[in-house]
Design a protein around this ligand. Structure first.
Ligand code: ADP
Ligand code: MG
Length: 697
């Protein structure tokens, strides 16, 4: 490979490429479009398209695609060749401004939740110039938004861009109030830490559950799991190291700032974190990262599992969404400042985030709700399903003092006065580490830890941006009208803290006592499952907020409710059917074969020595037989439940049925099958065991 700086971004039509290939005038117009969202005029678009095409063709590209993020959670692309017939019988490579700006994939099979009747199935894709085009394989990929002809968003990028716009406008109002005139744009940034499992491909191929569902549906607990904590931050094995090296190189070429990598808690679990960037780009990059993780794994004879819970009994995988808001002048608004004014501004943004998280906790929970993530949240490992905010001792003390209207008495730091507002001066690095909090302040950013490992980070950031934007709007409405800014600010912070401090919690989020306190004393939501959480999308207060911030229309929200629940139902129904198939076609025959083998062995022994007791064989055959009876009974129950549920057409009712009836039936079948695995000789068991998969590399 070339040196890292040389290779970095070599497959991206980034600012360097634009500068080198566009005329001064076109480059300037393009920058205006990127920075201020100004539309490109057709001649400029043609010039940009031609330069992009030449650049891509030189790098071996033959096709282009409008790359978009439909509501399936993965990305979609439809390739079009550049080639076009020339009069002399040859071909030329063509790509027009029109093709760059808009596309019409025939995308009638993507979920739209009723947004797009099939007769007007053709949604259209629109270029997002704020995210650079890049080359993947032989294809020039143009990041795009995906909408219906009625203008409704059929993707995740459109609402994300809208939420960033909402946050920008409201944050600017606040900054103006603090006398800030230079800032022209406020953007949210994200650094998503991505967890994943790497397992051997040969072993993976032997398990239908992994192939069809991305997780194991059966598997007895191995003698060793993660109890020794010997994997966490441990030495990286050579095969994994080789994988990580190639992965980094591929990501760097795409301009993705892959920075840290380490082993995680569970055996075969790892993490990759990029350097943070603008939310929109971070989201595109995270989608690409997940895709490339899987591709590179294949080359190394591995499989990268992105499922939230591939193995029962060991930790699942998530994505820590590190989020902050910053100005185009380089100020992180969640970073405590040096002067009292900066600190007052910091406190306002901090308090706004706390209020937003408390007001819209159910929406945030809904934004990360999937069938896979339900195994993690509330399962005593990842953050609990209850959303609370961790601030650390010092910030909590600062806010306490503020709320009690007492001076903040940290021994070492002098206080500063700002009007009537007693403001402490505190340093940046004030946070202790708390791994159990779902929403933790970590010095100059918040870390939202509930996002599932396979999920797009778009939804979480859409809700976060929108909720914070709306809180800032409320603050700005009050402060803009106030006769005295300092007094009004003081009163506003006090009011907000008093109303929303219930969401602040610095203790152990896994503790049962906390869950009880959260629910009973503090009245916080504990939405354990996806069907519970999704209702937040249809809640009047939440809908009004999202519509007010122009992030979603009511129709779009209703469609998302449908689609998310549909995904939930389909995912679990596939798991149920896979279990049934594995039980009937693999597990039952295997246990049966083993029982017959034992019985035949005993018969042979008895033929030779009739006085033998053969009590071991008798007992074993008896318990194997009892187990096959139970497995058959539970598989029947599973099939019946699946059949009964398939007649329900109302999506809410179906999702609840799946949760309350199908999942317990699946758990019951698994319990007896795992018992059978323990009882059956290894050579008879039809697929690799947990121990073999987890400790193969
Ligand atoms: P840890 O595992 O201790 O949480 P990591 O270094 O693995 O820390 O990840 C921290 C993530 O937070 C990185 O992706 C980093 O780029 C990101 N980050 C740091 N500062 C900010 C910020 N101001 N806004 C958003 N993300 C940030
Ligand atoms: Mg982290």
């Amino acid at each position: 490979m070339k040196s890292v700086p040389e290779a970095f971004g070599s497959l991206v039509f980034d600012d360097r490429a634009m500068k080198a290939r566009l005329s001064g005038e076109v480059y300037h117009a393009m920058k205006q479009t990127i920075k201020q969202g100004k539309p490109l005029n057709p001649s400029v678009a043609n010039a940009v398209a031609a330069a992009m095409r030449d650049w891509a063709v030189e790098r071996g590209a033959t096709h282009f695609t409008h790359w978009f993020q439909p509501l399936t959670g993965v990305t979609a692309e439809k390739h079009d060749g550049f080639l076009s017939p020339a009069p002399d019988g040859g071909v030329i490579m063509e790509f027009s401004g029109k093709e760059l700006i808009q596309g019409e994939p025939d995308a009638s099979s993507f979920p739209s939740g009723g947004l797009r009747a099939t007769f007007e199935a053709r949604g259209y894709t629109a270029w997002d110039p704020t995210s650079y085009a890049f080359i993947k394989g032989k294809v020039l990929c143009i990041p795009t938004a995906f909408c219906s002809y009625g203008g409704e968003a059929l993707d995740k990028k459109t609402p994300l861009l809208r939420s960033m716009e909402a946050l920008n406008s409201q944050a600017l109002r606040i900054l103006r109030l603090f006398g800030n005139k230079d800032v022209r744009r406020v953007t949210s940034s994200v650094g998503p830490e991505q967890e994943y499992f790497l397992i051997d491909r040969q072993l993976w191929k032997q398990r239908r559950d992994l192939i069809y569902t991305g997780r194991t549906l059966f598997g007895a607990k191995p003698p060793k799991g993660q109890e020794l904590d010997d994997h966490y931050f441990g030495v990286i094995k050579p095969r994994v190291q080789a994988y990580m090296e190639e992965l980094n190189e591929e990501l760097w070429k795409l301009g993705i700032l892959a920075k840290t990598e380490h082993n995680e808690v569970a055996p075969c679990q790892h993490e990759l974190a990029p350097i943070y960037t603008t939310t929109n780009i971070a989201t595109d990059h995270n989608q690409l990262t997940m895709e490339i993780m899987q591709k590179v794994a294949e080359k190394h004879g591995l499989v990268c599992l992105l499922h939230e819970k591939p193995f029962a009994g060991v930790n699942g995988s998530g994505k820590h969404n590190n989020w902050s808001i910053a100005t185009d002048t380089g100020v992180n608004l969640l970073s405590p400042g040096e002067s009292p004014y900066e600190n007052a501004q910091f406190l306002l943004f901090l308090v706004a985030v706390i209020e937003a998280v408390d007001e819209y906790a159910d929406l945030l929970r809904a934004s990360v709700a999937t069938a896979g993530n339900d195994h993690r949240l509330g399962a005593n490992e990842a953050p609990p399903a209850v959303i609370s905010v961790f601030l650390g001792d010092e910030l909590t003390a600062v806010l306490d003092a503020l709320e009690k209207e007492e001076p903040y008495a940290a021994a070492t730091r002098p206080e500063m006065m700002l009007g009537v507002l007693t403001l402490p001066r505190f340093l940046r690095d004030t946070t202790d580490r708390n791994r159990t909090s779902p929403f933790a302040f970590t010095g100059n950013k918040f870390e939202f830890r509930m996002v599932g490992s396979s999920n797009s980070i778009a939804c979480a950031n859409i809700m976060l941006n929108a909720a914070v934007a709306d809180t800032l709007r409320r603050f700005a409405d009050v402060l803009e009208k106030a006769p005295d800014f300092d007094t009004a600010l003081h009163a506003l912070l006090l009011r907000s803290l008093r109303e929303h401090k219930r969401v602040i919690f610095n203790g152990n989020g896994y503790d049962d006592a906390w869950i009880k306190e959260a629910e009973e004393k503090r009245g916080l939501h504990n939405l354990r499952t996806t069907p519970d959480a999704m209702k937040a999308l249809l809640d009047t207060k939440n809908m009004e907020m999202l519509i007010r911030q122009k992030v979603y229309t009511e129709t779009e929200l209703r469609s998302r409710y449908e689609i998310m629940l549909e995904n939930y139902c389909k995912t679990i129904a596939i798991e149920g059917s896979t279990m049934s198939e594995m039980a009937r076609k693999e597990i039952l025959p295997a246990v049966e074969r083993y029982a017959a083998f034992v019985a035949e062995g005993a018969a042979k022994k008895l033929a030779l020595v009739p006085s033998l007791n053969c009590s071991y064989e008798r007992k074993l055959v008896q318990s194997l037989s009892a187990l096959t009876d139970l497995i058959e009974r539970d598989t029947d129950a599973l099939d019946t439940t699946l059949a009964e549920l398939s007649t329900i057409s109302d999506i809410t009712e179906l999702a609840e049925g799946i949760r309350d009836r199908l999942l317990p039936t699946m758990a019951q079948l698994r319990a007896v099958a795992d018992e059978a695995e323990i009882t059956t000789a290894r050579e008879f068991w039809p697929f690799p065991t947990y121990g073999e998969i987890l400790f193969a590399l």
